[in-house]
Structures are given as C-alpha cells and as structure tokens.
Design a protein around this ligand. Structure first.
Ligand SMILES: NC(=O)c1ccc[n+]([C@@H]2O[C@H](COP(=O)([O-])OP(=O)(O)OC[C@H]3O[C@@H](n4cnc5c(N)ncnc54)[C@H](OP(=O)(O)O)[C@@H]3O)[C@@H](O)[C@H]2O)c1
Length: 306
C-alpha cells in the first residue's frame, strides 16, 4: 500500500473505471473525478475548466494524478474537432499547470493513433504522424506532460471491464444481438488491468518521458472480439436475462457522420516495448483468453449470474 493521495480523472470512463478498481486497494486515498455533476462517489471536475482543476487540487493536494479524461471516440473527435482539442490538449495543459504548482506528478495515457501505421513497428523515439483529429490532439496532449517532467504511457486497444457503466467495447457483448467489429486494423490489444498495474509501477519508480505499454499479439478488433465471445458467450453472457445471443459481424471502416468520408486510421501498429520492459518488474501480458475469463468473473459478480 502506498501512503499517498491520488486523483483518477475520467473515472467514469472505461480505463478510469478499471483504474479506480485496481488502484483503490493500492493507495491510501483515491479520489475519482468526473465532469458529470453528481456522479456516484466521484468529485466533479471538468479538466477544461482551469478553476475547477485548481480548486480540487487545493482541497485534495494529490501526490499523483492519473489522467484518463479525454474524448477518446475517433468519430466524435472528427465531428467535434474543437471540443476534442479543448479536452485532449487544453484540458491536459490545465492539469499539467496545476500539477507543476503543487509539485504533483502527472501520469497521462496516450495512444498508438499518434502513428500512421506505415512502418508497423514503432519505438518511443519514432516521429508521430497522426492521420486523424484524435491522434493529432493526443500527440499534442503529450507536450504539456513532457514539459513538466511527467509520464506519458502510449497504449493500444485497451480492453477491460469497468463495471455496469462501462459504455464501450464490453457493452457490445453485454447487450448481445448483432454487433459489428472492424477487421481492417491490427494492433497489440492490452488488458486494461495490466496497463494500470504497469502505469503504477512506472509512476512509483519515478519514470518520466514516453513509454510504450501494450499487449503482445497483433489482432484485429474482430479477431479479439471473437476470442472474448468464444470464452464468454455460453459460460456467462447468455445467462443475462432477456439478452439476445451475440452475433458478431466483421464490419467496414467507420465513416464521418456528415461528410461520409472514411476516417483514416493506422491499419497496423505494433508499439515496441523494450523501454518499459527494461524498467518493469511486473510486465503483465494477460492473454486475450485469460482477460476474457477475468472479465467474465467480474461481469458474473456485477450481474449476480450464479
Ligand atoms: N481505450 C483504448 O483503447 C485506449 C488506447 C490507448 C489510449 N487510450 C487513452 O486512454 C484514456 C482513457 O480512454 P477510455 O477508453 O477510458 O475513454 P472513455 O471511456 O471515453 O473515458 C474518457 C472519460 O473522460 C471523460 N471526459 C471527457 N471530457 C472530459 C472533461 N472535459 N473533463 C473531465 N472528464 C472528461 C469522459 O466522460 P464522458 O464520456 O461522459 O464525456 C469519460 O468518462 C484516453 O486518454 C485515451 O486516449 C485509450
């Protein structure tokens, strides 16, 4: 147990929700934040509002901040580019400024979307070349963190179960019925719990700069989803009352909601992880099958499927 106070931003999101579960037993005080007023057990804080950020830091005086707040939906970023820039870049500038004045360490997550996928394998020193608004704003988000000696962890296709509020990937399995997963992007999917453990160790070892932390196998969303479905459909998910059985379909790339143009994404990105592996004692690389089993147990408990 670390005798420290930490803030977890974006605690209602996918990764932030997993981080709350993983970090609460590890740190003395964990304060989760959300920009939705009245969110359960979370403190309100919009990272775009410098005063809100500053006020909360003043009250909590955190040693460490794990930032998971972002607009992470690639399509939403294309459609609302200004909002994406305000959140993904300006919001992080606000956090970095306040961290500097409080002497707080900032741990921030970035993404493989900063790369174009042309070279397939990328180390931390390779020059980014994002293809879309999300990647550009996330690349920009790294600047204020690095300028303040913070830690940037780039990851890839992070999958975890954050609880019933979980709105993204796992929601498709829980809802069942026909679900489309794209087959055109290959990446090193990472189990969210493993990522949070790695982030914690890097933070506790006072690492700063950029580290790549991702899974070991290159898969498409459809391939990854098929593994999860094979492990979970019969054993867990089919027991959720009134849920239609899952029918996974391999889909086409997403298009811009108004222009109809295909949103460019890196088709094949493998993050090289030698730098992180050299530092981490615990580089957990849970296989997709084991990740599915662990998430299955979490879903079973949450939905009382006994
Ligand atoms: N998931 C992945 O595969 C992956 C891979 C690599 C890196 N990352 C990075 O990991 C981080 C978390 O991703 P995620 O998948 O957990 O995304 P997520 O589920 O969309 O969570 C992001 C959270 O940030 C909140 N948020 C948005 N604007 C905010 C604001 N102005 N102030 C405070 N909170 C705000 C969102 O709330 P609302 O949704 O209610 O607006 C949401 O709860 C992001 O930085 C993402 O770029 C994710």
């Amino acid at each position: 147990m670390y005798d420290q106070t930490i803030i977890v931003t974006g605690a209602q999101g996918n990764l932030g929700g997993v981080a709350m579960r993983v970090l609460q037993p590890i740190y003395a005080t964990v304060v989760g934040t959300s920009h939705h007023p009245g969110a359960d057990n979370l403190k309100p804080m919009d990272i775009c509002d410098q005063k809100q950020v500053s006020d909360l830091f003043h009250r909590i005086r955190p040693h460490l901040v794990f930032n998971f707040a972002a607009i992470s939906d690639v399509t939403v970023c294309e459609q609302y580019a200004e909002r994406a820039l305000a959140t993904n870049y300006q919001g992080v500038c606000n956090l970095a400024n306040v961290c500097r004045s409080h002497g707080t360490r900032l741990v921030h997550v970035s993404t493989d979307y900063v790369f174009d996928g042309e070279r397939q394998e990328y180390s931390e020193d390779d020059e980014p070349n994002p293809l879309q608004v999300y990647g550009r704003t996330k690349w920009m988000s790294e600047i204020p963190v690095l300028e303040n000696n913070g830690l940037v962890i780039r990851s890839s296709g992070v999958i975890g179960y954050a609880g019933k509020q979980d709105s993204k990937f796992m929601r498709k399995f829980i809802n069942g019925g026909p679900q489309t997963m794209v087959n055109n992007q290959k990446k090193r999917f990472m189990f969210a719990d493993d990522l949070v453990v790695a982030m914690t160790e890097l933070a506790q070892k006072d690492c700063s700069g950029i580290y790549h932390v991702a899974g070991s196998k290159n898969l498409s969303w459809f391939e990854y989803a098929s593994i999860i479905a094979d492990v979970l459909e019969e054993s867990v998910l089919s027991k959720i009352p009134d849920r239609p059985s899952l029918c996974l379909m391999s889909g086409v790339p997403q298009t811009h909601p108004t222009s109809g143009a295909v949103i460019q994404r890196p088709e094949h990105v493998s993050l090289k992880m030698e730098k992180a592996k050299a530092v981490l004692d615990n580089f957990l690389l849970t296989s997709p099958q084991d990740a599915a089993r662990i998430m299955g147990e979490q879903i079973r408990r949450d939905y009382e499927l006994f």
